[in-house]
Design a protein around this ligand. Sequence first.
Ligand SMILES: Nc1ncnc2c1ncn2[C@@H]1O[C@H](COP(=O)(O)OP(=O)(O)OP(=O)(O)O)[C@@H](O)[C@H]1O
Ligand SMILES: [Mg+2]
Length: 293
Amino acid sequence: MTKDFNRPKAIAIASHKGGTHKTTMAINVAAKLAQAGNRVLLVDLDDQTNAMDHLLQRMPDELTKPPKTMTHILASSEEERAAVTAKAITKTPWPNLYLIGADTNTSSEAARIQSRSFMAYAELGKALANIKSTSDDPEGFDVVIFDCPPNLDILTTGAIHYSTHVIIPLLSGSKYALDGMFSMLSHIRAVSKVNSGTKCLGCVISGWLDNRKAHTRVYRDVRDVASSFEIDLPLLKHKIPLAASVEVATSEGKTIFDVTSEQEPINIEYSLLCGSISRELGLKHKVTTKGFK
Ligand SMILES: Nc1ncnc2c1ncn2[C@@H]1O[C@H](COP(=O)(O)OP(=O)(O)OP(=O)(O)O)[C@@H](O)[C@H]1O
Ligand SMILES: [Mg+2]
């Protein structure tokens, strides 16, 4: 099966591990790609609703909870779906950056679909069939970014199946992060076989501390495991540093680009990462990072 031409590019930010900086990466990558001029849709697939709460924190009170979420899109009939999807697409405080939120029932709705569908992982793609690319519809999107829950259940698998690209954030220095990477990469490979359009961009190390033995060792091990899968690792050169400014951004409902200067390492590294992503995806508006390094 190949991707529909009228779909936007899509990135699943996925890891079965909890706390590997998935949501932080999804928010900041989405924000930077939007700032470059791309129309970006961030889809929160996690019942914890961290991405949604973060992006809508600074909206007026009545707009902090969207009237419809991914749960309603999944539950809707084919006839209702376009209208439900239109209601679920929510503006954020940033130009070009839109959101489909989650709620506490999103995973149970997905589980309900799983129990009645033979190819349950394809249901997410069907549910999002009304999301068009900007080449077909100026109100469409250049890129969809999925913030996946910390497991390999139906929503993560559905996001990988729908997406043109997958990124695995890996917590720097954590031996445990490595332990499940083999199964993560096997899972992505299995889904990609069903859907030949999905490309794994590999891992991005986050929480990097320079000159720490454990970090360097894990980094080397990641490289070895991933290359044994013969996947390119175009993003492994980017090491997102550990930075206190991430918590500042979270507590204020901002991005790291709002709370740091262009000279700060986390700002530089996220910008460079987004430059690579925009080139890998062939986005219309590239993130330029001239002069950084
Ligand atoms: N580069 C960073 N430096 C320091 N702290 C960070 C960094 N990136 C993320 N964090 C913090 O780490 C914690 C976990 O991040 P996040 O919520 O993005 O992980 P997650 O993988 O989405 O978690 P979950 O599996 O629960 O969905 C948060 O408190 C976040 O603010
Ligand atoms: Mg998360």
